[in-house]
Ligand binder design. Structure first.
Ligand SMILES: Nc1ncnc2c1ncn2[C@@H]1O[C@H](COP(=O)(O)OP(=O)(O)OP(=O)(O)O)[C@@H](O)[C@H]1O
Length: 244
């Protein structure tokens, strides 16, 4: 790393908690059920995470289930309020998750238009890019069907295609590649590399070490809400694998 690199995201001692109300499902009788329902539990999902991301980096985020990766992405995107610490970003990060909202009773075609507008494109830009979005998704023959008729993989492909049709200075991709087939995955990985080359910063949350190795220049490992390791993909993945 040199002094000339431009920071795009600074995560400074980030703490995120979730407050949850116990359902009482584990309670054995009515009395304990009532007392359990009153209880509020606090989950410390992130416990003081700090790092700086730079222009042109593609950062893989790895860690075991429930370690805090999605929480970190949501906090960087500004969707999750920290209890302590802060996130500073040079422009508004776009979070692309498997749960990103498209409207299931509208056709694929309408969702491409709505999705494009939601990403800040003008109607003319949406029209201009419509064909390349549909082409990238590889599901042209389903575009006139409502999205509820799509498989989860098809919906994810369309969502990803809409999101990456515009350039993002900071793009957060949360497991969106896991659902596609090999051809789509390779195309998507190439698109992520292109975005990075256009001086963007890309974060990729994935359980696929292969995808991470193919696309990332740096890897951060989140473990029980803390930053366990941050560095070269080969080194971090090697240590991570030893822990599983
Ligand atoms: N909305 C929520 N309400 C309460 N607790 C939550 C919520 N979302 C996440 N958590 C908890 O916060 C912790 C971190 O979850 P998070 O989803 O960030 O992990 P993750 O590393 O993305 O997991 P995975 O690899 O399984 O997707 C977990 O203990 C989880 O149970």
């Amino acid at each position: 790393m040199t002094d000339q690199q431009t920071p795009t995201v600074v995560v400074d001692n980030l703490h995120v908690d979730y407050k949850i109300f116990a359902s009482g499902k584990a309670a054995k009788d009515r009395r304990s059920l009532l007392s359990r329902q009153r209880g509020v539990r606090v989950v410390h999902a992130l416990k003081g995470v700090s790092f700086t991301a730079y222009e042109g980096e593609s950062i893989g985020v790895i860690g075991h289930n429930g370690s805090g990766k999605s929480t970190l992405m949501r906090a960087v995107a500004g969707l999750q309020q920290p209890v302590k610490g802060a996130v500073y970003a040079s422009s508004r990060p776009s979070l692309l998750g498997v749960n990103a909202a498209l409207l299931s009773d509208l056709t694929g075609e309408k969702n491409v238009i709505l999705g494009g507008l939601a990403l800040g494109m003008t109607p003319e830009e949406v029209e201009e890019r419509y064909d390349s979005i549909v082409e990238f998704s590889g599901i042209r023959e389903f575009m006139d069907l409502p999205m509820q008729a799509y498989s989860s993989g098809m919906a994810a492909r369309l969502r990803f295609s809409i999101a990456i049709s515009r350039n993002h200075q900071i793009l957060l991709v949360d497991e969106a590649l896991a659902v596609g087939d090999k051809e789509f995955r390779e195309k998507s990985e190439q698109r992520i590399r292109d975005l990075r080359e256009q001086a963007g910063t890309v974060f990729l949350v994935s359980h696929s070490m292969r995808s991470i190795k193919e696309t990332c220049t740096r890897v951060i490992w989140i473990d029980h809400g803390t930053l366990k390791m941050d560095g070269d993909p080969e080194d971090v993945i090697r240590e991570y694998k030893k822990s599983t």
